[in-house]
Design a protein around this ligand. Structure first.
Ligand SMILES: [Zn+2]
Length: 381
């Protein structure tokens, strides 16, 4: 047995073991990682208002960051010269932000991951949203209306949504093809990695569009007695429906990976995921199964809270998943709280993630407000 095989055997043993034992996460490190990664998400313009990626990359190098995950596309909009989706007006004033960032990060030895928000169209141009509405490609909520024109909380409370905050129906093949092709396009542009965000349903409602109803009825083998009550989790848990939602999201992940591997086999593929234990139900984001299978290169659980006790509980829980995840690295996140996290707080939270033995820490999110405290937390003496 090679040492890697031994580690995998040990991990498998642990996964099938009793539930009341503590397994140290450093096995993730033993399985291949040799050093701590320090990652940070960044919005498309980086640390400045005008998209000065040279300054941002220099900042990252000076403060010991190894990787940046920068937002380069959302539903129906790209922050670079895309041939597939509308290009943000920012590109006219700040330049092609993806190409600028790739060049600067390469110069400073920072690994660059292009971050894509799936499905959510609230930054897309009006004409684009109108086109998708006309084609009925948006997600339906509980009231036979576009999901986000009226939001629904887990307790069923309705909240008026912001203008144009439509989501694409994840099960619609036209939407899948478009979102996957944007990830593939980014993977051809010199990046080290691409990053899934919003790779999930909005909550445990939806999508209740006519096509999703037809898919459900075909799978159930009979018409729904009442729609969407038959699948509505506020009425009763419907295991088939919840499973179908997870299959939809996991299917998109698989198709995207295959598309990226065709054009860039070395590209790292990662995802931002919710840290809860019920995400396979609530957001249809079964990322713990993805970790067991080793689908992705790494995931960043969005553990953004500022309370160290809460973070400790979250990372202990994630540690158990890590033990079953010999290939997919897990880098829990430190939240920067819009600039309100002090340098001491940032170090305290990062220390909890290191304490649990994860092979890296991610940080959310670098911008003008958070940059100064983040630098003070890590600046080398
Ligand atoms: Zn649908």
């Amino acid at each position: 047995m090679t040492s890697n095989e031994k580690t995998v055997a040990l991990l498998t043993e642990n996964v099938n073991g009793p539930d009341d034992q503590w397994y140290p996460v450093p096995a993730q490190c033993k399985a291949g990682a040799t050093e701590m990664r320090r990652l940070v998400w960044s919005l498309e313009s980086g640390l400045t208002e005008d998209g000065d990626w040279e300054a941002t990359a220099q900042y990252l190098k000076e403060n010991g960051f190894t990787d940046v995950i920068a937002r380069m596309a959302r539903g129906g909009v790209a922050f670079y010269n895309s041939r597939l989706v509308p290009v943000s007006p920012k590109v006219a004033t700040e330049g092609d932000l993806l190409r600028k960032a790739v060049t600067a990060c390469r110069r400073h030895g920072i690994r660059f991951h292009a971050w894509k928000v799936f499905f959510r169209m609230n930054m897309a141009p009006q004409e684009y949203v109108d086109k998708l509405k006309a084609e009925e490609r948006y997600m339906y909520g509980r009231f036979n209306t576009p999901f986000c024109s009226v939001w629904q909380t887990p307790t069923g409370v309705s909240v008026e949504g912001e203008q144009n905050d439509y989501w694409m129906c994840p099960a619609d093949l036209r939407n899948q093809e478009e979102e996957i092709s944007v990830m593939r396009e980014m993977a051809t542009l010199g990046v080290d990695g691409v990053h899934f965000d919003y790779i999930r349903y909005n909550a445990w409602y939806g999508c209740y569009c006519p096509r999703c109803r037809a898919r459900y009825e075909a799978r159930a083998g009979k018409p729904a007695a009442e729609w969407p009550a038959e699948v509505d989790p506020m009425v009763a848990i419907n295991p088939l429906w919840l499973q179908m939602r997870c299959e939809t999201i996991t299917g998109i992940v698989r198709k995207t990976i295959a598309a990226i591997r065709e054009v860039n086999p070395a590209c790292e593929i990662s995802a931002a995921v919710f840290p809860g234990v019920d995400e396979h139900i609530y957001h249809a984001q079964p990322w713990r199964s993805w970790c067991r299978e080793g689908l992705l290169d790494f995931v960043c659980p969005m553990t953004y809270g500022q309370n160290p006790d809460v973070l400790r509980g979250q990372v202990i829980n994630i540690a158990r998943t890590a033990m079953a995840s010999p290939r997919t690295r897990i880098y829990p996140a430190v939240g920067l709280a819009d600039g309100k996290a002090t340098p001491e707080k940032i170090r305290e939270l990062a220390a909890i993630i290191r304490w649990a033995g994860f092979p890296g820490v991610s940080h959310y999110v670098l911008d003008l407000k958070t940059g100064p405290n983040l630098a003070k937390a890590y600046r080398r003496a």
